[in-house]
Ligand binder design. Structure first.
Ligand code: AKB
Length: 312
């Protein structure tokens, strides 16, 4: 896995190692890994832009499947589109090329709801629909989906992708996305009982709790290739606005207050779907989420308050 110390990678590595054995999952990232990962199984410092290093590692460790999680997210991508291009497009190109040349069994590269754009239907966005994103990040995700699908039909590379919605997690913090507010709000609610949202109160976006993110990822990796007609799938678990999540938190922390100061990320959010239809994933590989807004909020507050040592 690349990007193993990011928001998703941190928990996904742990889940994969628990399932398949620590020594069978190689964690890689550009930074020094957190202590916990070192004890769990092998880790490597790897920059996917270094093609020789990437190929050597895949050969030396006899890798079958690569999960390419390293990515620049939407807010950072808007500030530095050239970095988004290099990391997301060139990085994914290198990974798909390595899969083609070394004949890997499977390549999983996440996509995102950011692959959709202002001309996409905003409610219940279907799996197969016009995309045309307007953020740099979204454009890179469309490239990844299309290049991956092209490699499948042209070279028989088994490419799979999930269009993740905003992911809410209690372990590693997200870095540089538009949906990050939905994680920050929990930290601030516990620490300061107030939060200023950088999205408007009615900015509704599709979301998912980390246990469902892990479940969807492992389920798609394990899905029988013969049952898949698609390679890129919408997945979702809930849709809410900053106002909705604040109201849910208030049920547990009654004196919690939210205010709104939308910044440049509001424009990105407005270009994305408000809710997405994941029936294709449900039909082709049996996807179904476990957490709605109520269950996620309760679990997040319990886990975070324990980790931060803050009672509520
Ligand atoms: C972001 O906000 O950039 C990501 C995403 C929805 O892909 N969390």
């Amino acid at each position: 896995m690349t990007g193993s110390y990011g928001q998703i990678g941190t928990e996904l590595i742990e889940a994969l190692r628990a399932k398949y054995g620590g020594e069978n999952i190689i964690a890689t990232g550009r930074k020094k890994p957190p202590e916990i990962l070192r004890e769990d199984g092998p880790y490597y410092r790897l920059d996917v832009l270094d093609v020789d290093h990437l190929h050597n590692m895949l050969v030396d460790y006899d890798i079958d499947i690569i999960l390419h999680n390293a990515s620049v997210l939407s807010a950072v991508g808007e500030k530095n589109p050239q970095l988004a291009y290099r990391t997301n497009v060139e990085g994914s190109y290198n990974v798909l090329e390595a899969a083609r040349i070394l004949k890997l069994d499977q390549v999983m590269i996440p996509s995102s709801i950011a692959a959709f754009g202002p001309s996409t239907p905003k409610e219940n966005t279907p799996n197969d629909v016009i995309m045309r994103p307007t953020s740099a990040y979204g454009v890179t995700k469309v490239f990844i989906e299309l290049w991956g699908e092209y490699y499948t039909q042209r070279y028989d590379v088994d490419f799979r992708s999930l269009r993740y919605p905003g992911i809410i997690s209690s372990e590693a913090l997200p870095g540089g996305g538009t949906t990050d507010y939905a994680v920050e709000i929990f930290y601030e609610a516990l620490k300061n009982k107030k939060y200023t949202s950088f999205l408007a109160k009615d900015a509704m976006l599709p979301m998912m709790y980390m246990p469902d993110c892990i479940k969807s990822t492992i389920d798609l990796i394990e899905a029988d290739k013969k049952s898949l007609d698609h390679q890129s799938f919408n997945v979702t678990a809930m849709s809410f606005t900053p106002e909705d999540i604040a109201a849910e938190i208030k049920k547990h922390i009654p004196d919690f207050e939210i205010s709104y100061e939308p910044d440049f990320r509001q424009k990105i959010a407005e270009s994305w779907p408000r809710s997405i239809d994941d029936s294709t994933a449900r039909e082709e590989w049996g996807w179904s989420p476990d957490y709605d807004l109520e269950a996620m909020t309760k679990d997040m507050l319990e886990k975070l308050s324990k980790r931060l040592g803050i009672k509520y």
